[in-house]
Design a protein. Sequence first.
Length: 312
Amino acid sequence: MPICEAKTLFALAGANNCALAAFNISSLDSLQAVLWAAEAERSPVIVQVLGATERYVRDVETYLAAVRLYLENCRVPVLLQHDHCASVEEAKRAVDRGFGAVMFDGSALPWEENRRQTAEVAEYAHARGVWVEAELGSIPGMEDTVFSGHAEYTDPEKADRFIAETGCDSLAVSVGTAHGGVAGEEHLPFQFDRLERLCLRRPGYPFVLHGGASMPHSLLAYVNLYGGAVPSAHICSEADIARACRMGIRKVNMDVDNWLAYTGALRQFFSEQPECFFPTEYLEYSRNAWEQEVRHKLRTVVCSSGTAPTET
């Protein structure tokens, strides 16, 4: 199945009143986990690449060529997006590299500068048929090279104006989530009233949630049981994320839980099979854990399972 256009994928999500799950990949193993999960759940999916991944793989063009080959052979609709471009130049470079969508993160900038730079990215991308996701407001935590130490919740009136003046195709909003979790024993409260006001001002518009993982106790305990020392931290609950999707969120970035599942599986494997040194054995075990976590998200959080036609 050819790589899908963002507009088509978001229309599919809107028609089914669900959200698109977006997963950052860091290797071909993680890519396989995401695509196999999407095929098994018959769900559309967004595959994302960060600048950190580009630096990790070194030969970006060859890596992206391999990623596209996998995507073109996927049996469900899939989109390739560059996540969190920290500058206009990085966003334009992602457009030129053939990404179907780019996320420009100007959330750390003053409002007017964020508006100006987002509009510049949108003009450049739209001329080349590329979807643009922007961000307004700030959620705490680190995402690639962008750090925010506090939450600045998205104002619905300013968001409405921002969309109109920039032409961004989708907008990531701050309504209670966080990047990478916030220290504590309880899930963060979700601002459903704010999300409702955002959706009322822009009916049908594809709003986005970043920090859509939940860091449940079970995954933290899994990692730490086998020698990990991950501190207790949480984001919003899966139930709240699922409710937000029913209200009108159309894309959710959800990565941390996959990483916890993968890391926990690796630790378990080495703890229980210390004699093993054959990479395919422990990598297959951890890749399977990543795949199962993605399937769980598609099925019970964004509720996109069964919404995509598949090729046979």
